[in-house]
Ligand binder design. Structure first.
Ligand code: GTP
Length: 312
């Protein structure tokens, strides 16, 4: 949900289509009424995505005649705000009405608010300030509903971060996956292990004790200024590293598909660590990051092969 031009179709296409780049969204026309898509995600999990056109006549009809159809059986309400919108008052009126309707027909729905097009806001300091202001405004307009707020743009990994969190709330066995990945990381002497969904490259789960807390946080810590939560290692780890990987690999996949090629596996060697990315199950890729120079990548691949059955 969100007003026309806020960027809903753009973000949906970038995440769920395999051939749309950020620049390609400039030619998108307005969505007429509701565009429904079914995405098979992780085998048995099926996501029904409803992209609700945001022109006022459509929004008015969702909130009147179509109310019970639109807001019934909602798993997650994702409301997109254009950070540059000049009509904030009206944005908030529609938002409050949608929130109320969702609360009435689907009281269990999780609510995510995306302050979108953050690329249009100047430098880092200004982004933090604008996001803080928007967040305060949105919280003040959300009543008692628990909302999660993220700053996003189609031009960087922030989109993957928000959508990974969104999809994560819909995966029933995510905590168990994290637990198995932590065991797998220990067996491989790995620093980190991350599981990506195969088509979207969204992060499904990762090893380590921090993983769940980070996924459950209420808002965008990178824009809250709270910084890195990854422990006290000597080398500061970039807190956005996995979303960046999602974004890069997705772009690489699009390049490969233009050449009618597909990749199954990647190995990247750095002076101090090795990263192996490989298909784990029919719906996932796994990435193992190892800092120990004595661990051979062939051994990691063999471990992945041996773990396949358990994760499938
Ligand atoms: P309706 O279908 O009318 O409801 O609009 P929508 O919310 O689906 O908007 P759409 O995805 O069609 O995007 C409108 C315009 O915003 C397009 O030209 C996109 O390229 C642009 N856009 C989308 N996301 C971003 C972003 O993160 N940054 C910037 N600068 N432009 C964006």
């Amino acid at each position: 949900m969100g007003r026309s031009g806020s960027g809903k179709t753009s973000m949906r296409s970038i995440i769920f289509s395999n051939n749309v780049t950020a620049s390609g969204t400039a030619r998108f026309g307005a969505t007429i009424d509701v565009e429904q898509n079914t995405v098979r995600f992780l085998g048995s999990l099926v996501l029904n995505l409803w992209d609700c056109g945001g022109q006022e006549s459509f929004l008015d009809s969702y909130l009147t005649t179509q109310k019970s159809t639109i807001f019934q059986h909602v798993g997650v309400l994702i409301y997109v705000f254009d950070v540059e919108s000049r009509d904030t008052e009206k944005d908030l009126v529609y938002y409050r009405d949608c929130l109320e309707a969702c609360g009435k027909f689907s009281p269990e729905a999780a609510v995510f608010l995306l302050v979108h097009k953050m690329d249009l806001v100047g430098g880092k300091k200004e982004k933090v300030e604008v996001f803080a202001r928007k967040k305060k405004e949105l919280l003040a307009n959300s009543g008692t509903t628990k909302v999660k707020i993220f700053g996003t743009t189609i031009w960087d990994e922030s989109l993957y971060k928000a959508w990974s969190r969104i999809v994560h709330t819909l995966i029933p066995n995510a905590p168990l996956l994290s637990k198995h990945l932590t065991t797998f990381a220990r067996i491989c002497s790995a620093s980190e292990v991350v599981l990506f969904e195969r088509t979207t490259f969204l992060i499904i789960a990762r090893s380590g004790d921090q993983s769940m807390a980070e996924f459950d946080s209420d808002s965008d810590d990178s824009l809250d200024g709270s910084g890195n939560t990854d422990g006290e290692s000597d080398v500061a780890l970039n807190p956005k590293r996995f979303e960046k990987i999602s974004e890069l690999i997705k772009a690489f996949k699009i390049s490969c598909s233009k050449l009618q090629e597909q990749f199954n596996s990647l190995e990247i060697r750095f002076p101090h660590y090795t990263a192996v990315l490989e298909i784990l199950t029919s719906n996932t890729y796994v990435m193992i990051i190892v800092a120990d120079p004595d661990v051979q990548s062939a051994a990691l691949r063999m471990n992945i092969r041996l773990a396949r059955e358990k994760f499938e």
